[in-house]
Design a protein around this ligand. Structure first.
Ligand SMILES: Cc1cc2nc3c(=O)[nH]c(=O)nc-3n(C[C@H](O)[C@H](O)[C@H](O)COP(=O)(O)OP(=O)(O)OC[C@H]3O[C@@H](n4cnc5c(N)ncnc54)[C@H](O)[C@@H]3O)c2cc1C
Ligand code: SF4
Length: 514
């Protein structure tokens, strides 16, 4: 039974008029970590979430279509369009929209922020973060999420084969560390974990925050940030009918402090819509995505990639030098097969070969740039153009993934590069010349938007200061994926949570000491 301080506003017949010391908008990775940090220190907190709350039993029989409808924003179709749509490939990057946000539908992989990235931020953005200073926050996050390496018995044949291929080539790799103790390898992480082993924030931080006295309204979309001079005094918006997604009543929560944690798309859009630092040179800019490509392979042996953790193993041999990371990825036929070449009979054969197909993702630490801008009352324009450097890295990453698959014994590899439908042997890999591959010949996807409201010591370089405070306002902070000055090169959830703790702890100290 969930406590009374969780209010599913869609079930209310009235408007909401409330107040809290701290209001937090968004319950993905950042919001709930900040909420628990504040609540456990005795601060009065209200969390607001546009999506619905779904109890653990809801996840048990959730199919992909229901998951896209209930747990994802725009049915999982969020897409960045190229600045030059004729040249740049569109990059889909699904976002969660529910209590738990994108953590409810993510793969559960946990990485600390690499020291080389913190060092870059110290050097180029004047930020004070060190491994040593951040370590207690990472330890805490890993304790809350019960982070541990994927056990051998749920790694799955897909991961085992790529690991074997990488090992044969002498490349470094290891089982990923994840937040899914007790995982049964049911392979459905991105549609919501049916066994509730994966500790999205709806099962970890949100219950902790509620138990510590925080309150949560689901089904409410924050639209207006009400100011009095340089202070935020309230958040207003609409209660949504969960079935129709239409507004049914207004809400207003007065507050002393506001933390926006609506994600790397939602946060800049909300701030700009409200005229907050809308003209700052970095607001809504610097969007990074970690673009990636799925490389499929056909084996003589049955792989049954749906068994085991889809993202259970990684290979980081080329990360330091090139920013290339390989991570497992396996999805149902409806999602996987359209990227394979052919129609009619050829597609039928792919379906027949589905049990023998393996798939791994190759993502890159991107230097390409994107922007997020609000459009109308609720929509956003998201632009992102893959630059030549990242394109070359992606093509090289695909070639290396193909090498690993052949080293593991694959008979064919599908590189998802236009003009190279299928590779029948390692010799075919050499035919892919990155200089001849155009950006529009790739079909990238992404899962890690970040950087759109970044931190920096210099006020021209960052919308936020090093404590996550929005410049020019006294009581507004950001605590989500938007705050990072560059991309991380690794999956961001754990970093977002650790920084959210840090930002909230700083605020708690200010409130309790002041
Ligand atoms: C399929 C998939 C797999 C992934 N796998 C991994 C992984 O294995 N490891 C990893 O580290 N990362 C992974 N990620 C990325 C990771 O989940 C996100 O980076 C992280 O959740 C972002 O946290 P956030 O707090 O910035 O935003 P989100 O988690 O996106 O949460 C933002 C929340 O704010 C809400 N919101 C937005 N606007 C408003 C508003 N106006 N009013 C009220 N609420 C609002 C949204 O509905 C949402 O719930 C994956 C992502 C996807 C899509
Ligand atoms: S593999 Fe299955 S049990 Fe394990 S975390 Fe993913 S969905 Fe949950």
């Amino acid at each position: 039974m969930w406590p009374d301080n969780l209010v599913q506003a869609t079930q209310l017949d009235t408007s909401i008029d409330d107040r809290a010391t701290v209001v937090i908008i968004g319950t993905g990775a950042g919001g709930p970590a900040a909420a628990w940090e504040l609540a456990r220190q005795g601060v009065d907190v209200v969390m607001l979430e546009e999506g619905g709350f779904y109890p653990p039993e809801f996840y048990r029989d959730l199919g992909p279509l229901e998951a896209f409808r209930h747990l994802y924003r725009d049915f999982g179709m969020t897409t960045a369009i190229g600045k030059n749509p004729l040249r740049d490939p569109a990059v889909p990057f699904p976002l969660g929209k529910c209590v738990g946000g994108t953590t409810a539908v993510n793969s559960g992989t946990c990485f600390r922020t690499p020291e080389s990235i913190l060092e870059l931020w110290r050097r180029e953005f004047g930020l004070p973060f060190t491994d040593e200073e951040m370590e207690p926050w990472f330890d805490l996050v890993e304790d809350v999420l019960a982070v541990e390496p994927v056990p051998d018995d749920v790694l799955g044949r897909n991961g085992e084969l790529f690991a074997a291929g990488a090992a044969a080539l002498g490349w470094h790799g290891a089982p990923l560390r994840r937040n899914a103790r007790g995982c049964r390898g049911s392979g459905r992480c991105v549609f919501g974990c049916p066994t509730n082993a994966k500790r999205g924030t709806q099962l970890s931080y949100v219950p902790r925050a509620l138990m510590s006295g925080a309150r949560l309204y689901s089904d409410v979309r924050a639209e207006r940030i009400v100011r009095d001079g340089d202070r935020i005094v309230a958040v207003e918006g609409v209660i949504l009918d969960r079935e129709t997604n239409q507004p049914k009543a207004p809400f207003r929560i007065a507050c002393d402090q506001l933390i926006v944690a609506a994600g790397a798309v939602g946060t800049p859009a909300l701030l700009m819509r409200n005229g907050i630092q809308a003209g700052h040179p970095q607001m809504g800019r610097n969007l990074r995505l970690h673009p990636g490509i799925r490389v499929c392979a056909d084996f003589d042996e049955p792989v049954r990639g749906w068994k085991g953790v889809p993202q259970g193993y990684y290979v980081d041999e080329f990360w330091k030098q090139r920013g290339i990371m390989f991570e497992g990825i396996f999805v149902p036929p409806g999602v996987a097969l359209p990227i394979l070449p052919g129609v009619g009979d050829a597609m039928r054969q792919h379906f027949e070969r589905y049990p023998n197909l393996a798939a791994f993702g190759a993502m890159v630490k991107d230097t390409s740039n994107g922007t997020v801008r609000p459009r109308g009352r609720t929509a956003t324009d998201i632009r992102y153009s893959l630059n030549d450097h990242d394109k070359t890295n992606l093509v090289d990453a695909v070639k290396k993934a193909a090498e690993a698959w052949f080293a593991a014994g694959a008979k064919r590899v599908y590189p998802a590069i236009y003009g190279h439908a299928v590779l029948n042997s390692p010799d075919d890999i050499r035919k892919i010349d990155p200089r001849r591959v155009r950006t529009q010949h790739l079909e990238p996807m992404a899962f890690h938007p970040m950087g759109t409201v970044r931190m920096a010591a210099d006020d021209k370089l960052g919308v936020l200061d090093a404590d996550g405070r929005v410049r020019g306002l006294t009581n507004l902070r950001v605590a989500d994926a938007s705050i990072f000055p560059t991309c991380l090169g690794v999956n961001p959830m754990e970093s977002i949570m650790a920084f959210a703790h840090r930002i909230a702890n700083d605020l708690a100290t200010e409130l309790l000491d002041g």
